[in-house]
Each structure stands twice: as structure tokens, then as C-alpha cells.
Unconditional design. Sequence first.
Length: 752
Amino acid sequence: MAARQERHRLRILHLSDLHERVELGWMNDERKAKVRAHAAQRHRVLGSPLQRVLAELRANARPIDLVCFTGDVADWGLPEEYARATARVTALLGSAGVPLDRFFVIPGNHDIQRTQAEDAWRELRKLAGVNHDGLSNWMAGMSPPYGVTPAWREAIAARSAAFWRWVATDLGRAELAPGQAGRHPRLGYRAELRLPTLPFPVHVIGLDSAWLAGDDHDMGRLLLSRPQVDLLSMDGESPLAGFRLALVHHPLSQLADGPACRRLLADSADLLLHGHQHDPIAEHQADADRDLAVVAAGSLYEGDEGDRWPNSFHLIDALLDGEGRPFRYDIDFWGWSPAGHWFRTGAIYRAAPEGHLTWWTPLGLERQREEEAMGGWDTQLARFLESAFSPREMRMWVQFSARALAGELPPESQPADKAALARSIASGLRRRRLASDALFDGLSRSVGDAFRSQEVERLHALWRKEEPESAAPPLPAPVVTRPTPMDDPDSKRGGEALHTSIVLDRTVPWRTLLDLCGKGDKKHRVFLVHGSVDQDVHLFIQRIQSYLSVECGRQHVVLKVEQRLDTTTARTAQEWERAMLRAAGAAKATFKDTLSQRAARAPLLICFTRPGGHPLRGLDEVSAKGLADGVVSLLDGALAELGRTLKNPVRIVLPIEHTPADAGVVHSLALKLQGARRLQLHQLPELRFPPWEEVERHIKDEHPAADAGIVAACREIHASIEASPHRTLQQLGDALHCVLYRLETSGVASTR
């Protein structure tokens, strides 16, 4: 039962149909002209634009686990084409952050050298039309059918020899070559992956549908063969344990034995990926007894008919249970724009208007019905809290995320049943209507664990479904009147709901920002704040917004500009301007007046984020220049025109998460922003893990009751986390809070 309730993710990048081409001396003039004509466009599509998108996917989301290429690497199956493809493939894998041992490829009809063994191929193609089983069994090592010359078997295999040499030698993946012990002796392969994030194996089943390909009339004349499917997708008489991913080049509908092989694969594979048709598709191939999920990739590069078959690829997130059975597939469709960039395309399905398809499996739909029978969001939340937290951790979460409920809980000194405490919290949240998007977001961050975060995501969606009026998008925030101490004696601590406030307000760079904005300063300022991806910059964004909109002496009106547009990510100055205009709800001609109205009653805070309020990620030199140019052109230009007529200052926060290697982009962005006329740039030092002296000062200033024992305990915590290679500010804040929360709530002066 526990395995059924677990949630795991496998991320797959699916590519197909590269059709790599080279110009060789023996080729005719037409072929040479075709190669030359497409060389520049091929580089534009597959060079830095594609590598940049893959790098952004790697930086902005969870890592890609494996890359699957479903055939037609080459165009004529030539060794020279594969030699060129090697550099292209390794560059793409490097951008995606995927090692070669997680790259899986199978041959397509263009990976066959058609001029080899033509006589043997013609005879075998004739036989395929009248004796499927005899030919299939012979390829698996049995006796030849009547009229077949035994030498033809090796001759037909030699037509794809250049492809398999490339896989084994150039890519160093000899384990993918046909002939593995106990598998099919001449066709396909099976590889077993053990990923550290998954408790089950992933089986990649590479099927060869191209071994009989040879001309432009292949449809209906090719064989996959039952022995190949059985030997690769089964463990003798037993199904494979774990997630079973099958790769093939041709759609099953185009194979002579396609219907029979579909029935076999429906029982032995969870997902089938294919290429060939140059048209991305996701479909269930089902009959009364079986269901097979099939996803087709478009062509990674289509030179001859690019107007008919746009260049495309897709990213698949498989949501799996603890045994590897799939609940759902989340598919992002990417296409090449004639304007010269890759974007998520909503042109594939009406159900995926922004290029993202949520595709439930029959098992997932069944589990949904089971979960609905389990009760409402509050009942399921109670079960989750009981499984994820200790009683003290539950109280801490309530203290920070639903403080108004804390008084209803039994005192911590009174022993409480864990399940009863979880039910009390969940029912109180529903009864008092305290649940919110922010509450679930905070819960997801609190659990930390990726699998449990996915469960919180499910509970969040269930709450939004059951209480849509509570989950409605908020109206633009008015200026907030700060409560007086009499109205809310805990207003300061309530505003410091994030545990990281323990280390935030005494962190020098951020104190600079808060002090400047919280006083009577009237200058327009742009703050460039940044840190590596492991330093929880997103928590500081929330802290800044909380402080400037509620706690400080001059409350700010907050305007969020999202990096994400409808079908792409803002990169050029025009796209960043579009993002700013959309956030302001204004046209370019009226932006100046809108800005003036927004800042009429209070200072205006404009924060640039990714969706969900997260920091900007994946910036390179091009997008950094576009961001700077957009800010200077639209925002700084409007401020210059308004001059002194603007009643309150405008503050812009550009929060950036980056890898250590990309820190130079922040410097480039700062240089470009220095050209602004009205905006004064503040490039704050990189956010880093604070030294003990800084944390100690904060504890002594904010918690004067902390004696030497408390301080010593906090120092031990700091030293332990500082020594970890995966340390983060959130870890430090949460751990210190466990000690200081006890001090606040129990009045205990020392932990020793």
C-alpha cells in the first residue's frame, strides 16, 4: 500500500529525426546544393538557441534524467554523417546536463545504408509480406524459411553497421549494441538504469523497426517481430519490474506486424516513444483489453519541408508510484519559431494551449477516484501532516503559517495524540477558512523532500478544486495600513513568518536594501540581488515583499513582473517590455500614466520573478542584455518623463539565482543598468552563508533572554550546517528556530 501512495518523477528529453547531412565529393550536384543550402539554418536551429533552451530547462526545473533519440540520426546512414552528429549530440547532452550513459538511441530508416546488399534486401522484403513468423524467427536465430539464403541474415544486418559502430565507438555505448546475452541476437537492446532518486529500476527497451527499411515505400512492409518484442521487453516469462520505457522509430500502424506488436507492448511496456512521422502526438492506443501510451516526437531538424513539419522536441515528466507504475505524464511541447527561437508551442492540442499537456493514465484516473473516496482536502491534509511531521513540527508550522489557529491547540506541555493533533489542525484550517495558496506553498517548502512536495501539490490542487472561491486570484493589493501594536501585538513576529528572518535582517547586503527603502529616501532605485541556486534566494524575495508592503514605515505597493510569457520566456528587450506592460495592465502608450497612478499613494516596489514568485534563472548574456535594455527603455524612460511629478519613489528588485559559473552574467547586467538616467543602481554583494559572528549578533539583539547555553547550542547548529556541502540558509534558519521557538513559547532560558 505504501508503494502505491508514493510519488516519484522521471524526466525524459525526447528527440528524433535529426537527419544529419554532409557534403562529399562523390555526391551529385543536387545533393551538394541541398546540404549547402541548409547548413546555416541547421546551425541556427540546433546551435546556441537549442543549447540555451536546454540549459534553461536544466537550471529552472528538476534535472533531466535521460535523453531518448528515436531514430534518423543520419540522413543516408554514412559514417561521415555520424561523425558530425557526435559533436552535435555531445553538445546537446552537455547543455542538458545529461551524461552519455543516460543517452539512448535507436536506428531509423535513414540510418540504413540502402545501397548495400540490395538483392538480399529485396528478397527478404518479399518474404516479409507472406511469412512474418518465419522471417522473424530466423532473425532470432532459428532455421531459415524456405527459399532464404543463410548469408542474407548477416548481409541485412550490415546495412545498419555504421549506425551501431557509431553507438559503440564514438558514443562509447557498446552495451547498447544488439546481441546482448539472453536478448535478441541481432535486433535492439535493453538497458537497466538504477537512478539514485528512484526506488525501482528503469528499463529502456530499444526496438529496431528499420532493419528491413530500404526505399520510400516502406509503409506496411516492415517488421518489428514478436521475438524482438518478447526477448527485450520481458524477463523470460515474467514482466519486468520497474518503469518500462520502449523506443521505436516507426509508428506501429506503419508496420506489417504492428497490431500484434502493439498488443504485446501494451502488456510489457508503460510508455512507447517513436519518431519518423515528424509530427508530435500523444495518444492512448487502446482496445477492450489493453491500453498503450504512445508519444511521438516531431523532427528535431526538418530542412526540406520545414513549412509543413516545424522543428520540434518535447520534455516528458512521468509521475510514478513506488513500483514504477505511471499515474500521469506531463508533456511540454517545444517548437521552432520562424522568428528565430524555440518556444513552448500551444499549437499541438487544444488541451495544451500553452504547450503543456497533463495526461492521466488509466491507473492515475483510478487512483484519483480512490483519493476522492478518501475524503476532502482537510481529511487528506490531516493524514499527510501525521505522516510528514512530528507533533512539535506541526505546531511550528501552525505558528508560522496559520498563527490565528495556534491558540486552539492544546499546550505543548500536554501530551497529545499525533493523529488527533493533525486532525485538529486540518479541521481548524477548514472551519476558519485559513487555507490559502501561500499556506500550501509554505507547507511544500517546509517538507523539503521532493516526493512529499508533490503530495502537497496534489493537496493544493484538491483544495482549489473544492473551494474555488477561496482560491480565486487576488485583486490588485491596495496600500496596506500597518496595524498598531494595540491591534496586533504580534505584528512584528507575524511579519517575520519565514524562519530565515533569524539570519536575514542582520545579513549586511539585505539590511542595506531594507534600510534604504524603509526610510524617507525618495530616490528611484534598482537593486540587483543575487546568489547561487543553493542559497534560497526565493525566501528573501518573500521577506523583502513582506517587509516593504506590511512592516516598514513606508508600505509599498507591490507589482510583480513575471519572466514567463504566454508561450516562451522573456529574453529580448521587447519581450521584457511586454512582461512589464502585462504586469501593469497597460499599453505602452499609457504606461507612464499607469506608473504615476500606482505610485500616487505609496512607494512602488516592482519585483521581477519567475512564476510562483521565484527568482530569475537561466539568464545568459542575451537575456541579461534584453532585461537591462527593457528596464532602461520602458521604466527608466517613463521615470525620466514624469520627473518630479511622480509623488513617490519606485524601487525595482532584480533577484537572480545562478550557478557559480554564470555569476559573470550578473556583472554584465549591472554594467548595462548603469546607463539608466533616473534609476540609481545598487549591486548588492552575492548572498552567501553568513558567518557565526553575524548570526550571533542577531540572536543577542532579537533574543536578549538567550543565555550562554542557548547561544552555544545555536553555535553548534551553525557549525554543523556550515560544514555540509549542501548547506542552505533555509536549513540554518529552520534549525535555529527550533531552539529559539522553544525559548519564546516556554520561557526556558537554556537548552542545557
